[in-house]
Design a protein around this ligand. Structure first.
Ligand SMILES: C[S@@+](CC[C@H](N)C(=O)[O-])C[C@H]1O[C@@H](n2cnc3c(N)ncnc32)[C@H](O)[C@@H]1O
Length: 123
């Protein structure tokens, strides 16, 4: 085990947990969707806002947020798990609103260094 910040979580989510989550993504997304909706209602993202989605997982919330902030807004989804980020990138590419060539919201997905605080929003 490493002493690096988040080392346990990085190991957990980059191994079986991340792969299992990707395999079960559809039912998990359906299961979590009501929670995401409540979070979205509380956040009430407005057009043009910039949002940091920490622990974006397979990207469902990042895509919903991108839809909410619109083409003038920006969503940065960050996650510690390579398999889940891969799934999120596939979801973004397949999204009718985020994958098309028109200027639509596209969440940026990146993997932070384990010790990097979430203060590196680009823009
Ligand atoms: C329970 S999943 C939820 C994923 C997503 N937010 C959703 O609603 O579907 C938790 C996510 O947090 C990520 N995570 C855990 N620790 C993290 C950390 N220190 N930094 C970034 N992401 C982290 C995991 O990789 C995983 O994708």
């Amino acid at each position: 085990m490493s002493d690096a910040p988040n080392a346990n979580q990085a190991a957990f989510w980059n191994d079986a947990a991340g792969r299992t989550w990707v395999e079960a993504q559809d039912p998990l997304d359906r299961q979590l969707e009501p929670l995401g909706r409540r979070g979205m209602a509380a956040l009430a993202p407005a057009g043009g806002e910039r949002v940091l989605d920490i622990g974006c997982g397979a990207g469902a919330t990042s895509l919903a947020l991108a839809e909410a902030v619109g083409p003038r807004g920006e969503v940065l989804g960050v996650d510690i798990s390579a398999p889940l980020l891969d799934a999120a990138r596939r979801a973004r590419a397949g999204s009718p609103t985020c994958g098309s060539p028109r200027p639509t919201p596209r969440p940026t997905l990146s993997r932070p260094a384990p010790s990097t605080p979430p203060s590196h929003v680009s823009g």
